[in-house]
Design a binder for this molecule. Structure first.
Ligand code: ADP
Length: 206
């Protein structure tokens, strides 16, 4: 894949929000993104912001409606375009800010492609032992956020399977030293508190 000269040499200070669909990544990401010095990027949101007339927008509908991942190359390209765009319009300053990534990398191949670009300091693994609770969250979101992939129980099951098969192995790629497991069945406030405690320790070290 073509990488621009510039992006080859930039290594973004990064933390990852990680967890199954419905584990609360988006909720935490939105809050964290409002903190100065943190820049939040949610890959699913970037896909949903595409127009249906955009070929990548169509590809996204094709895959997400089956509960599958969009192929790696266009996904990484979309990520790169967004990050470079945000750098150019000064909403993200790679020298000062920490990137909070939500939904990317989503399989080991994406993690490998991004290995030289991301300097991953922490992975926040949001776990919810109660599957019914997760499915309920998704179905509530379906109406609130008009998400078709959350509406249908078969698609939800397929996404959870895709998560187990393709996404979970990313945790081993980064290794236990930087993976922090957080119980996401706690209140959003307590999940946030857990994340902030780790983030502030990281900042103290930097
Ligand atoms: P959730 O984590 O709640 O399932 P997202 O909004 O993160 O939802 O993603 C919605 C869909 O967008 C995914 O099911 C997948 O089809 C696609 N998608 C998002 N991020 C990626 C990615 N990094 N690689 C491939 N597909 C992705």
């Amino acid at each position: 894949m073509q990488r621009t000269e510039k992006s080859k040499h930039v290594r973004y200070r990064t933390v990852l929000l990680f967890g199954a669909p419905g584990s609360g990544k988006g909720t935490q990401g939105k809050i964290l993104g409002s903190v100065p010095g943190l820049f939040h990027f949610a890959c699913g949101d970037a896909f949903r912001n595409l127009r249906i007339t955009d070929p990548l927008g169509r590809l996204f509908i094709e895959y997400s409606s089956k509960g599958e991942l969009v192929p790696d190359e266009p996904t990484i390209d979309l990520w790169q375009r967004n990050i470079e765009g945000s750098t150019l319009n000064h909403s993200f300053d790679p020298k000062q800010d920490t990137l909070v990534l939500d939904g990317i990398p989503r399989n080991v191949q994406q993690a490998k492609i991004l290995r030289d670009t991301l300097d991953v300091k922490a992975v926040f693994h949001l776990t919810c032992p109660d599957m019914t609770k997760m499915i309920e969250r998704l179905q509530r979101r379906a109406l609130r956020e008009n998400r078709l992939d959350d509406a249908n129980l078969d698609i939800i099951r397929q996404r959870l399977e895709t998560y187990d098969r393709e996404t979970k192995p990313v945790l081993d790629f980064y290794g236990p030293k930087i993976v922090h497991t957080i119980d996401s069945s706690q209140t959003p406030l307590n999940v946030l508190r857990n994340i902030l405690e780790i983030l502030s320790k990281l900042q103290a070290k930097a």
